[in-house]
Design a protein around this ligand. Structure first.
Ligand code: KG4
Ligand code: ZN
Length: 338
């Protein structure tokens, strides 16, 4: 029987964050996270190091999370984990751990799609607002860029995708070219605060329908930097803030162009953003400004933008309450379909 206020454990290990949350109803009791600093020196996530770090972190993260939630494993109604998409070695740690807990505690197992979980994080109680169905969600992370029509918590259609790099990847790769450590997105955001977004105009890609492409921008930035550094070896240092602001402006404009097209075509003005890049201050500002055009904009709490266990727990709650359980025989899936 489904409890009215079910308690769900959410386990996230798809990339380089080990995170476990305890959710009661729609309220987060704890959302504990161990980030992996080890990747910084390599300029990107090293899959084998990530899976080893998950192994080291996962039990301490669970213990701290349960303590903070003032909860024991016996209180949990179901165990939700990220089945995919993500890095296989990372997913294997979370999935094996979740299955072991489910078997040992005799509690149901729930398999969560990481990208849907980013969207469903909006339904955690302590967000500023909650979207109403149907709504459009721009999901922008390190691996994905999608426009999704969200009809209900369990029914979503992807309207557009990136055909090459994701928006977060565009931020991170541009940062790497400028010698900014991984993940570069948050640092570009920070440097851009005091830069001129019109200083260096880059081309905005225009793909068919609601699709995106960021590989042209990546090449454009590479040639732009090469050309200017040849003329002045200190070009990047001397113009860092303006370059960051200009790149950020281009990425945000590309995202908003397609999102605006979807809002107009479908006549749905209820709009949300999700995923790591939804923490970007310029994207949040420009989206919020759309409210004068009648949009109702929902911005997730910063804690729920980048990868976290809380979003897995809330997505797991919807599945658990619908009676959609996972199977021990299901392997994690790096390219899990939406
Ligand atoms: O959702 P997420 O934590 O992990 C994936 O599922 O990929 O997203 C991580 C991505 C990284 O590319 C990171 O640079 C980007 O989100 N990101 C940002 C900001 N914060 C995180 N990009 C731009 N501005 C930010 N403030
Ligand atoms: Zn993510």
């Amino acid at each position: 029987m489904v409890h009215k206020q079910s308690i769900i454990l959410g386990i996230e290990s798809s990339c380089d964050d080990t995170s476990i949350a305890v959710l009661k109803g729609n309220q987060i009791l704890s959302n504990y996270l161990a980030t992996q600093e080890i990747h910084t020196e390599f300029g990107g996530v090293v899959p084998e190091l990530a899976s080893r770090a998950h192994q080291q972190n996962i039990i301490p993260v669970l213990e701290k999370g349960l303590r903070e939630a003032n909860c024991s494993l016996q209180d949990i109604d179901a165990i939700a984990y990220t089945r995919g998409p993500g890095l296989l070695g990372s997913l294997l740690v979370g999935s094996s751990f979740a299955k072991g807990l489910s078997l040992g505690l005799n509690k149901p197992l729930v398999e969560v799609n990481h990208m849907k979980a980013h969207i469903l994080a909006h339904f955690i109680e302590d967000n500023a607002s909650t979207p109403k169905f149907p709504f459009l969600c721009l999901t922008v992370s390190g691996g994905h860029t999608q426009i999704v029509l969200v009809k209900s918590a369990l029914e979503m259609n992807v309207l557009g995708n990136t055909l090459d790099d994701a928006a977060g990847e565009a931020f991170d790769k541009a940062a790497k070219m400028m010698g900014i450590p991984y993940p570069g997105g948050p640092l570009i955001d920070q440097y851009a605060q005091s830069g001129n977004p019109k200083a260096f105009p880059f081309k905005i890609s225009n793909m068919k329908g609601y699709n995106f492409s960021f590989s042209g921008l990546k090449t454009g930035i590479l040639y732009f930097l090469r050309r200017n550094v040849e003329l002045n070896p200190l070009f990047i240092q001397e113009n860092l803030h303006d370059i960051c602001a200009s790149i950020q402006e281009t990425i945000v404009a590309t995202l908003l162009k397609k999102l605006t097209k979807a809002v107009t075509d479908l006549n749905i003005k209820e709009v949300a953003i999700a995923g790591g890049v939804s923490a970007n201050s310029e994207l949040r500002k420009q989206l919020k400004a759309k409210e004068i055009e009648g949009w109702k904009v929902h911005l997730p709490k910063f804690e729920y933008c980048t990868d976290n266990g809380a979003m897995i727990a809330i997505a797991g709650k919807f599945l658990y309450e619908a009676g959609e359980f996972g199977a021990f025989s299901n392997a994690p899936s790096p390219r899990l379909k939406f």
